[in-house]
Design a protein around this ligand. Structure first.
Ligand SMILES: NC(=O)c1ccc[n+]([C@@H]2O[C@H](COP(=O)([O-])OP(=O)(O)OC[C@H]3O[C@@H](n4cnc5c(N)ncnc54)[C@H](OP(=O)(O)O)[C@@H]3O)[C@@H](O)[C@H]2O)c1
Length: 314
C-alpha cells in the first residue's frame, strides 16, 4: 500500500477557473463543502440535489461566502431513473463539456424501502443512481482533458458484501447496515471497473474514489435512535471535526495533479481511518475482485438500462 502523510488541505486545490463540476447531494454536509471549495477556486458548479428548494438555499449560502460563485442548482433524485435521465439531459443541454463529476450523494441505513424503480433504497440511490448518471454524462466528460469522476465510498465498504443472488433484500432479512455497506462497496467497485474500462478505451477521463472518515453531517438522520447515538458518539470521539475536513479526501481525488485513475483517498488517522488528512489508501480485497467488479457492472447495466459508450453519447 502506498501511503504518505503530507497534511493535504483545501488550500492546495488549484485554480479551477474555466472548469465545470457536477456535485450530487451538494445541498448539505460533505457535498456542500466540496461544492463551496470548488466554487471558491473558480469552478462553475452544478448543485445536483434531490430537493430543488434545498438546492436553491445551498446556492444562496455559497454565494454568501463566495461572492462571485458560479453555481447552478438543479433537481436530481437518484432514487428515480427517470429523474436521473431528466437531470442528465438538462446538464448535457447546458454544458457541452464537463471536467468533474462528483458522485457524493447518499443515504445511510433507512428503514426498508424501494426506489421508484423497485430497487432496495440504499443500493438503488447510492450506487445504481450514480451508475446511471455517470453513464448518461459520459459523453460530456470524454472530450475533456483532465476530466475526473470521483465517487464517495465509506470505510464501511470493508465490511460489505455484494449478494448477487439477492441485491435488493427480497429473500434475505433486511439489515440496514448490510444494505448500506453493500451500496458503499458497490461505489468503490464501480470506480475500479470504470477506471479499467476508461483505460482500455484510451479515454481521457479517470475515475477515483474517496472515503471521508467519520464526519458530523446529517447522514445518520434515517437511522434508528440507538445507531444514531452510536454514530454521534464515535464521530465525536474519533471522527473529523467538521464537514469541511470530511470533504478533503474528495477534493484531493478531484484536484490533486499527482492523483491517478483508480486511486482511493481517505483520512490518514490510525483509528479506523476515521479522521485526518487525505492520503492514498487501499480498497478492501473484496473491492479489488475483478470478477465481482465485472459482474456488478453487468448487473448495473441490466438494472438501469444504461449502457456505457466510451466513444459517443449514452
Ligand atoms: N458523514 C460520514 O461520516 C460519512 C462517512 C462515510 C461516507 N460518507 C458518504 O459521504 C456522502 C455524503 O454524505 P454526508 O455525510 O454529507 O451526508 P448528508 O449530510 O446526509 O448529505 C447527503 C446528501 O445526499 C443527498 N441525497 C440523499 N438521497 C438522495 C437522492 N435520492 N437523490 C439525490 N440526493 C440524495 C441528500 O439530499 P437531501 O438533503 O435532500 O436528503 C444530501 O444532499 C455519502 O455518500 C455518504 O455515504 C459519509
Amino acid at each position: 500500500m502506498s501511503r504518505w502523510t503530507d497534511g493535504w488541505v483545501a488550500g492546495e486545490v488549484g485554480d479551477q477557473r474555466g472548469r465545470t463540476a457536477v456535485v450530487t447531494g451538494a445541498n448539505t454536509g460533505i457535498g456542500f463543502e466540496t461544492a463551496t471549495v470548488l466554487a471558491a477556486h473558480g469552478a462553475t458548479v452544478v448543485l445536483a440535489c434531490r430537493d430543488a428548494g434545498r438546492a436553491n438555499a445551498a446556492a444562496a449560502r455559497i454565494a454568501g461566502t463566495v461572492p462571485d460563485a458560479a453555481v447552478d442548482p438543479l433537481g436530481l433524485d437518484l432514487a428515480s431513473l427517470a429523474s436521473v435521465c431528466q437531470a442528465a439531459d438538462r446538464i448535457r443541454s447546458r454544458y457541452p463539456r464537463l471536467d468533474l463529476l462528483i458522485n457524493n450523494a447518499g443515504l445511510m441505513m433507512p428503514p426498508f424501502g424501494r426506489t421508484e424503480d423497485g430497487f432496495e433504497r440504499q443500493f438503488g440511490t447510492n450506487h445504481l443512481g450514480h451508475f446511471a448518471l455517470t453513464g448518461r454524462l459520459l459523453d460530456r466528460l470524454l472530450p475533456t482533458p483532465g476530466a475526473r469522476i470521483v465517487t464517495v465510498s465509506s470505510l464501511v465498504h470493508r465490511g460489505g458484501r455484494i449478494d448477487f443472488d439477492d441485491l435488493h433484500f427480497a429473500r434475505r432479512r433486511y439489515r440496514r447496515p448490510a444494505a448500506y455497506s453493500q451500496s458503499k462497496l458497490a461505489n468503490l467497485m464501480f470506480t475500479l471497473e470504470l477506471q479499467r474500462r476508461l483505460a482500455a478505451a484510451a479515454a481521457r477521463p479517470v475515475a477515483l474514489a474517496a472515503e471521508p472518515g467519520l464526519v458530523p453531517t446529517e447522514l445518520p438522520r434515517h437511522t434508528a435512535a440507538p445507531a444514531r447515538l452510536a454514530v454521534w458518539l464515535l464521530t465525536r470521539l474519533a471522527g473529523q471535526p467538521d464537514a469541511a475536513t470530511g470533504a478533503l479526501a474528495t477534493l484531493r481525488a478531484a484536484t490533486d495533479p499527482r492523483a491517478r485513475g483508480g486511486e482511493y483517498y481517505g483520512p490518514d488517522g490510525r483509528l479506523l481511518r476515521a479522521s485526518g488528512h487525505p492520503v492514498r489508501i487501499e480498497p478492501s480485497e473484496a473491492a479489488r475482485d475483478p470478477e465481482a467488479q465485472r459482474r456488478l457492472w453487468a448487473e448495473s447495466e441490466r438494472l438501469t438500462g444504461v449502457t456505457y459508450r466510451f466513444g459517443g453519447p449514452a
